[in-house]
Ligand binder design. Structure first.
Ligand SMILES: C[S@@+](CC[C@H](N)C(=O)[O-])C[C@H]1O[C@@H](n2cnc3c(N)ncnc32)[C@H](O)[C@@H]1O
Length: 271
């Protein structure tokens, strides 16, 4: 990338998104997410939701007796599921106060939970403010790190609260990569629209890998998700909310244009 392009990209990127912007977005949009997605706000999902959440348990290595942070917890659909399946303690964190209030009600109303899930409002770039240092076994980000414009800071925060050998599991969306230059440009335009429409800051998977290594983590796994995608719920959400994604999109979104996203899961370890 030449100097001018780099400067331009930096300016454009840093102007994009702050945790405050994301907070405002979710305070305003959470009701629509609950209408469209239920209590788990993930675009890459399987037809059966338990199948997705069981897969995440397996892939992240989640197990009994762990202390866990759910970084970007939504309304705690996943955290409540995990805590009713395993004897884990989950500290759930969301940037949206509104989500926090809904999640608190859901936790209180679930008779299967024995005080295992607590939720708070806060920023995953600053977890050391809320949780003791070196106290956590596992941190997971489920389609939440994609909202960050400062992933190195979020990773640094993970390092502070994780115990030695503790792990971070990241399930997220990235730029799809193709050989054809014209198509790649189309992907980039499409992702710019996606970023605007959903308050995101989609990255390239190679960029994430470099950030993870630069932060001093060991990569245990980084691979495309190994479960079949059921896109209908996400596609319907985009259409129902009149969001324009494709440059040439005339009517409602139908998900039938260029495949612009690649979904990966990444598991990393603090040395
Ligand atoms: C697409 S939703 C996913 C929610 C949840 N992981 C799930 O699977 O249902 C993204 C979540 O990330 C949270 N989030 C985004 N930026 C955050 C930040 N800086 N600190 C804490 N939470 C954040 C949002 O509040 C929202 O709950």
């Amino acid at each position: 990338m030449n100097f001018l392009k780099k400067l331009f990209r930096k300016k454009e990127d840093s102007a994009l998104l702050t945790p405050k912007d994301v907070e405002k977005y979710y305070d305003e949009w959470t009701d629509r997410y609950m209408d469209g997605f239920g209590d788990t706000f993930q675009s890459y999902r399987t037809e059966s939701l338990p199948a997705l959440l069981d897969y995440i348990i397996q892939s992240s290595g989640m197990r009994d007796d762990q202390t866990i942070i759910d970084a970007g917890c939504g309304v705690c659909g996943p955290a409540i599921y995990f805590a009713t399946k395993l004897n884990v303690k989950i500290k759930a964190l969301t940037i949206s106060d509104y989500q926090c209030t809904i999640a608190e009600k859901k936790i209180r109303g679930n008779s299967l939970l024995k005080g295992q899930v607590e939720v708070r409002h806060g920023d995953f770039h600053q977890m050391e403010k809320y949780y003791p240092e070196t106290s956590v076994d596992l941190i997971y980000f489920l389609e939440s790190l994609v909202h960050s414009s400062d992933i190195p800071q979020a990773l640094n925060s993970c390092k502070r609260v994780l115990r030695k050998g503790g792990r971070v599991y990241i399930k997220d969306l990235y730029y799809n990569k193709v050989e054809d230059k014209k198509l790649q440009k189309e992907i980039e335009e499409t992702i710019r629209n996606l970023n605007k429409g959903f308050s995101l800051r989609v990255e390239k998977i190679d960029v994430l890998k470099k950030m993870v290594s630069d932060a001093g983590f060991k990569i245990i796994m980084c691979r495309p998700l190994q479960i079949p995608l059921y896109p209908e719920i996400g596609n319907r959400f985009v259409a129902n909310n009149n969001i324009t994604i494709y440059k040439s999109q005339k009517g409602l979104y139908d998900g039938k244009g260029v495949t612009y996203l690649a979904y990966y899961e990444t598991l990393i370890e603090k040395a």
